[in-house]
Design a protein around this ligand. Sequence first.
Ligand code: ZN
Length: 91
Amino acid sequence: MSDSPPPPEEPTSLETLNIRNLSIKCGQCETYQTLLRFERHGEWNVYTYECENETCAPEVTRTLLEVPAELDVFARRDPQWRGGQRWGGAE
Ligand SMILES: [Zn+2]
């Protein structure tokens, strides 16, 4: 057996970000916030998280998570997220 070449680099070594791998926790009520909205702002994808409980007022503890669009695997892979209307609260 001769020396075998090293395995090729996994494509995951590219810099990407999947927000499904993240959890957003509220610093006030210490529960996980729920993803409610997705919007595109130019080069950025903006995800809005809010507490879903009686403890926090959403307008106070709301979290805006900004992900560079070119790294955002989650938005790219799920075509239903294009435009984000389904997550805007409207039917
Ligand atoms: Zn909270």
